[in-house]
Design a protein around this ligand. Sequence first.
Ligand code: NAI
Ligand code: MG
Length: 373
Amino acid sequence: MRISTMAQQATRTLRIGMVPADGIGREVLPAAQRVMTAAPGIPPLEFVHLDAGFEYFQQHGTSLPQATIETLKGSCDGAMFGSVSSPSHKVEGYTSPIVRLRKELNLYANIRPVTGPVLPGSIYTKPVDMVTIRENTECLYVKQESLEDGPDGKVARAVRLITEKASTRIGRKALEIARARAALRNETGSTTPTKVTICHKSNVLSVTDGLFRTSVRSVYDADKPENGGEGRYARVGLDEQLVDSMVYRMFREPEVFDVIVAPNLYGDIISDGAAALAGSLGLVSSVNASDDFFMGEPVHGSAPDIAGQDKANPIASIRSAALMLEYMGFSEPALAIYKAVDEVLMDGKTLTPDLPGGTATTSQVVDAVLNAL
Ligand code: NAI
Ligand code: MG
């Protein structure tokens, strides 16, 4: 379903596929569902529960049943994914359902904003407002690994796939997101400059990261009027940063980053790092995007250390739901949810224990967000 058509048919019931998977995914997805349902301006919603996960694999021999893929592809307008407990050792026949879903649904971009009020106890004291656009389909996550016996012991190898097509596509996505940010800043009179920073390590990996870097740059350069382009990105700057020093700068001076575009693995790592700036992984949202389908997903994992204790922070999932709605074209309920969440955070009375001073349960935070709505 195309986004514009969807927003026009706002009174039609939207079908949202819910894939809680494992661990705290089962606690935070119902939380997001409660908040979505109550948001002002939301069309009627129908939630479809879908199976996936490591526990499902242990019971049924697959981590992602075909029925889940087909329902998402065939009859859902949007989706939410919780979190999966992927083991750190190889388990024969197991493959991560989220990595596969991103490929099956062609969700080639993972958009991860880190923004919001500065919380007490946050390691950074100025407001952070950055978004990581992570390539979602290739890099080392193609998972072509091999292990063999060599003369000096075992030898493991992994393929790192970077293509011009996927790098160009993610570069364009990042630039389009930057363009929308620049337009919004212009409208609201903000003087904050908008730019895209390419994250890479092409001083060492000059072939793979080199291709990523030049592909993104080509989209930007081709758009310039002097090169015959439309000038769509005239308000957007472009620079680059090596991934290691990016981590350093992100913690020293996060205000220098705005939109970051990164290959899959670096994007995964730096966005968890950026989450620390926000105060907790339990606050940071993402949406997996193709050009016309969106799946919200908290950045955190299944948190087995706190699962089943009603203390998982539901805000990452609640914000991910809002992000999904925003990208689907429903900005009114999305903005209302962001605002309600910010109010609860700034109020500081109802926080889960991952945040300084927090003692509230998952459900108490949801109640507070519903009240603020
Ligand atoms: P994690 O994100 O699950 O947990 C890291 C730390 O953050 C833990 O101390 C946890 O308690 C805390 N945390 C995370 N989310 C929280 C929340 N909402 N509220 C409060 N505290 C929260 O990462 P970890 O421990 O490295 O991985 C655990 C499992 O999750 C692994 O099996 C891993 O494969 C999986 N994982 C799944 C992801 C996904 O489904 N997309 C992403 C990352 C990891
Ligand atoms: Mg991760």
